[in-house]
Design a protein around this ligand. Sequence first.
Ligand code: PNS
Length: 165
Amino acid sequence: MQRTAIYPGSFDPVTNGHLDIIERGRKLFDNIIITILHNPNKQFTFTIEERMEMIESCIKKYPDVKADFYNGLLVDYAKSQKAQAILRGIRAVSDFEYEFQMALMNRRLNRDIQTVSLMTGLRWIFTSSSIIKEAAKFGGDISGMVPPLVEQKLKDKFSENTAKG
Ligand code: PNS
């Protein structure tokens, strides 16, 4: 039986921390589907199409990883893909409560799907898409935290916004 995991998130944008989870997840699962879902608590910088394009450029080298988006419940999407697991990364203790809550809710919604949480690599413990965007917005150096294409997209996005006033 093929073991499939959904790696869900906002990916606004994808970071090297996300890619680390994907690489490690590949050792546990036969297939990984990176799925962009809606997080009602967030405002997005990039459109779904832009986020998909960035993810796809990063996963070209992995035949067992694909990207998708879904507008609805994560567990419904996981079931439609016959996935056994939801893969998530956990950084500092501050992530834990939210991740725990989400894992328990998802389990309540569908007991057949298990959440597998990987502790983030030490290098990525204090990085997040939001903090990287904030640094990029004010011209900070974010190289090494995101793939080069994403770094360029962030620069373009924020210079576009500055030009618009
Ligand atoms: O990267 P994020 O923003 O922490 O990811 C959160 C995400 C998108 C995985 C979560 O908000 C989500 O699963 N949204 C879809 C709706 C859903 O199924 N929510 C979980 C049960 S309440």
